[in-house]
Design a protein around this ligand. Structure first.
Ligand SMILES: [Zn+2]
Length: 261
C-alpha cells in the first residue's frame, strides 16, 4: 500500500526516481482521475504518483476532476499526499526558481466541484490550517537534509484561470497578504481534508506574476523555470520518500469528527 501520494503539477509529469512496479487506472464514483496512478518504490517506501493535468497536460485547471484524483489515492490506500504546484510570485521575496511551502490559502475559484458532500449530508470541515502540520514539517526537514533551500511559509491565492491575472488583480492580492498565485491548489486541499488525508503543498515559483515582472508572461517561461528547478524538487522528494512517514503526528485522520451537522 503506497504510503505517500505525489501530485505533479505543470512541468512535473513523472517521477524518475520511482522504481515503477504498476500503472493503475482507478474508477471512482466521481468519474475518471487525470490519468493512471504510477506506483513504485523508492528507498524502501512505496509511493503513488499522479500528474494533475494528465500525462500529456491536456487538462486545464478548471477541468481537472479534483474529487476523482483524491478519491483515487484513497482507493489505493494513500493517506498522505504532497501536491506540487507551479505558481507565480506576487512579491520580490519569492523570485522565480524559489520553492515555497505555503501555510495558508485564499480561494477565489468558482464553478468547481469542491466537496464530496453535495448530497443530503451536511459537513463543514475545519480549514483554519489548510495543510497537515506534520507533513509540512517533514517536507521542510527533507529540504534541509537534501540541501535544498525552501521558503518555509507563504499565502497561496487560488484563481480560476485559465487566463493569467491582470496587474491590478495581482496588486490587490499582494495587499491581501498573498505571496503566490496559482490555479490548482483548490479545491484539492479541501477535498483531501474531507477524506481525512494529510495534505501539503510544495510550490515552485515559475515566474513573477503580472505587473511584478515588467513584461508579458509566457507559458514557456513557466516550463523553463520548472525544468531548471526540477533537480532540486527531485532531491527534496527523494529525501522525503527515504524518511519514515508512518505514524503521523497530526489530527488529519479525525477531520470529520465534530464536522457533521
Ligand atoms: Zn496530517
Amino acid at each position: 500500500m503506497p504510503l505517500l501520494g505525489v501530485i505533479g503539477g505543470s512541468g512535473l509529469y513523472d517521477m524518475q526516481d520511482l522504481d515503477i512496479s504498476d500503472t493503475l487506472k482507478v474508477d471512482t464514483p466521481y468519474g475518471p482521475p487525470s490519468g493512471s496512478y504510477r506506483i513504485g518504490r523508492f528507498a524502501g517506501m512505496e509511493a503513488a504518483f499522479l500528474p494533475r493535468h494528465g500525462a500529456s497536460h491536456r487538462l486545464q485547471p478548471h477541468k481537472i476532476n479534483y474529487r476523482a484524483n483524491l478519491w483515487g489515492f484513497r482507493e489505493l490506500g494513500v493517506r498522505r499526499v504532497v501536491s506540487v504546484c507551479a505558481t507565480g510570485g506576487i512579491n520580490a521575496g519569492v523570485p522565480p526558481g524559489s520553492i515555497v511551502l505555503p501555510d495558508q490559502i485564499i480561494d477565489l475559484t468558482s464553478g468547481r466541484m469542491s466537496t464530496f458532500y453535495d448530497g443530503d449530508e451536511v459537513v463543514h470541515v475545519d480549514f483554519t490550517e489548510p495543510f497537515c502540520p506534520d507533513l509540512r514539517d517533514r517536507v521542510r526537514t527533507a529540504s534541509e537534509a537534501a540541501g535544498v533551500p525552501v521558503i518555509p511559509s507563504g499565502v497561496y491565492i487560488c484563481v480560476n484561470g485559465p487566463r493569467l491575472e491582470t496587474a491590478a488583480e495581482i496588486r490587490t492580492f499582494g495587499a491581501w497578504g498573498a505571496d503566490l498565485v496559482g490555479m490548482t491548489l483548490m479545491p484539492e486541499a479541501a477535498l483531501a481534508r474531507e477524506l481525512e488525508m494529510c495534505f501539503t503543498c510544495i510550490a515552485v515559483v515559475t515566474n513573477f506574476a503580472a505587473g511584478i515582472a515588467a513584461r508579458k508572461l509566457t507559458v514557456q517561461e513557466v516550463l523553463d523555470t520548472m525544468k531548471t528547478t526540477e533537480g532540486k524538487l527531485r532531491s527534496l522528494l527523494a529525501k522525503l520518500l527515504s524518511a519514515d512517514l508512518r505514524s503521523p503526528r497530526c489530527a488529519c485522520r479525525q477531520s470529520l469528527k465534530e464536522a457533521r451537522l
